[in-house]
Write a protein that binds this ligand. Structure first.
Ligand SMILES: *[C@@H]1O[C@H](CO)[C@@H](O)[C@H](O)[C@H]1NC(C)=O
Ligand SMILES: *[C@@H]1O[C@H](CO)[C@@H](O)[C@H](O)[C@H]1NC(C)=O
Length: 347
């Protein structure tokens, strides 16, 4: 009788839960359907704060978003993220744990993973190639303990690439072993709040957003960002040791639109040539810096600038004074005027 009742209630339970089968009792699972006739659906599983004893957590098949934040997890083993349901993950949140160790193959089954949040953990290092083969677009490693950041983490080491060559037609003259198995597609990398002492070398990644706030970087050399030509947004704020930015530091950044240099309390001087090459820059944040005075030539380095924050109450913006008879959009530099709302402070 008891068994029958049990069966009855579990059947009922399944019916009430609707489409989400196999939801771990401590997690919250939901399915979002959209498209014509609900033809697309996304399964989101929130297992935040359920405690470390539960890993690995069984999750529904076809889960696309998984939140495992705030669970006091200390390490990620090879088997932890390999169960059914994990292979379809598009985003994974492991933030706010105590992770100090990640097994080299821990992420290897997540071959649809685009977003990975490992922020607020205790990582000092990751194994080379641990993200190999993942279509990662966004990677958040903020608030960890990285002392340096090595591009090998993101790329495959040459000897690791399995090559299959069909030599039956004998058309090949040489075979490269250097091709990564998956092209690197990371667009957003957050490394704020680590212990980096210099700007990491990140050539070969099409990065558009980079955040290095709150690291131990003391100087930024000429050409430090030369390889990051796709960068649109760069944040270099709250670098308490930063005393020097060399002329030409940003020279490769021809697509950069936003540059945050705020709250760098030891940055006393900035040569106008620091900003050379920033032809697309629209927003510059220099607030909470001891940098004074800035010469007017600083602004001629940045032909696209629209807004400059210079302090809590000082803000400059560029407006285009229209000609009386014709407008020349985007070209009429002599008609551009820079206005600051605290006259006489700097300009
Ligand atoms: C400014 O930087 C200091 C470290 O130099 C940091 O402690 C503080 O939180 C930062 N302030 C803001 C507003 O980001
Ligand atoms: C500039 O940076 C400061 C401090 O980090 C921040 O409070 C402020 O909102 C920023 N201003 C703009 C316009 O982004």
């Amino acid at each position: 009788m008891a068994a029958l009742l049990c069966l009855f209630f579990s059947l009922l339970g399944l019916a009430v839960m609707g489409a989400v089968k196999n939801c771990h009792p401590q997690c919250r699972c939901e399915v979002e359907s959209f498209g014509l006739f609900d033809s697309f659906s996304l399964t989101k599983v929130d297992c935040s704060g359920i405690g470390p004893g539960n890993a690995p957590v069984p999750i529904p098949l076809d889960t696309s978003h998984l939140d495992l934040s705030l669970n006091s997890i200390t390490s990620i083993s090879d088997s932890m993220l390999s169960g059914p349901g994990y292979t379809t993950l598009v985003s994974l949140d492991l933030s706010g744990n105590l992770i100090s160790h990640v097994s080299p193959k821990a992420f290897s089954k997540l071959r649809y993973l685009e977003t990975l949040d490992l922020s607020n953990n205790a990582l000092e290092d990751l194994s080379d190639g641990c993200f190999t083969g993942l279509p990662l677009v966004e990677l958040d490693l903020s608030e960890n303990r990285f002392k340096d950041f090595n591009l090998d983490l993101l790329t495959t080491r040459a000897q690791d690439v399995p090559i299959m060559v069909d030599l039956s037609r004998n058309l090949l003259t040489s075979v490269s072993r250097k091709t990564p198995s998956h092209p690197l597609n990371i667009k957003s990398l957050m490394l704020a709040g680590n212990q980096l002492r210099k700007v990491p070398m990140l050539n070969g990644i099409p990065l558009q957003y980079l955040n290095l706030d709150g690291n131990l970087i003391s100087s930024i050399d000429a050409g430090a960002f030369d390889s990051m030509t796709e960068l649109v947004h760069l944040s270099l704020s709250s670098l308490s040791d930063l005393t020097l930015i060399q002329p030409g530091a940003f020279r490769g950044l021809k697509n950069l639109q936003v540059l945050d240099l705020s709250n760098n309390s030891r940055l006393k001087t900035l040569s106008p040539d620091v900003f050379s090459g920033l032809v697309s820059l629209q927003e510059l944040n220099l607030s909470h810096n001891p940098v004074t005075p800035l010469s007017r030539t600083v602004f001629t380095q940045m032909p696209s600038i629209k807004s400059i924050a210079l302090g809590p109450n000082v803000h400059c913006w560029k407006t285009h004074k229209q000609g009386q008879f014709h407008r020349q959009i985007g070209q009429a530099k002599p008609n551009d005027i820079l206005t600051c709302d605290n006259a006489g402070m700097i300009l």
